[in-house]
Design a protein around this ligand. Structure first.
Ligand code: ZN
Length: 112
């Protein structure tokens, strides 16, 4: 059944990730503290050991996600570097061909 906050909007379910309430679910105003600040815990408080373990795991997940994002951007840079080098050689070859065509055309003109 839907639960409404004091501003008449449907309350939303969220999960707290603070050190003292890691993983503990609550419902609150969609506007949070900017709204009516309606708030109610869904879960009972967890024992200290549970809070420490869940918060520690959450921090490890966050660190691994940051590391993965950094690795992904490094991988993209590594994939892009050879492509730029490839286009550099394409332009060098095109310039050499262009110069060769001009030289050959000029030498044909001088023969006539
Ligand atoms: Zn509200």
């Amino acid at each position: 059944m839907a639960e409404y906050c004091r501003c008449g909007r449907q309350a939303v379910q969220r999960t707290a990730w603070t050190q003292s309430n890691a993983g503990r679910r609550f419902v609150g105003c969609v506007g949070g503290r900017s709204g009516c600040n309606y708030f109610r815990w869904i879960d009972e408080p967890m024992c200290l050991q549970g809070r420490v373990v869940i918060y520690g795991l959450r921090e490890r997940v966050r660190a691994l996600e940051e590391e993965m994002a950094q690795n992904a951007s490094l991988r993209e840079e590594a994939l892009e570097a050879p492509r730029q080098e490839h286009s550099y050689w394409f332009y060098v070859c095109a310039m050499v061909l262009f110069v060769l065509v001009i030289v050959l055309c000029n030498s044909n003109d001088e023969d006539n």
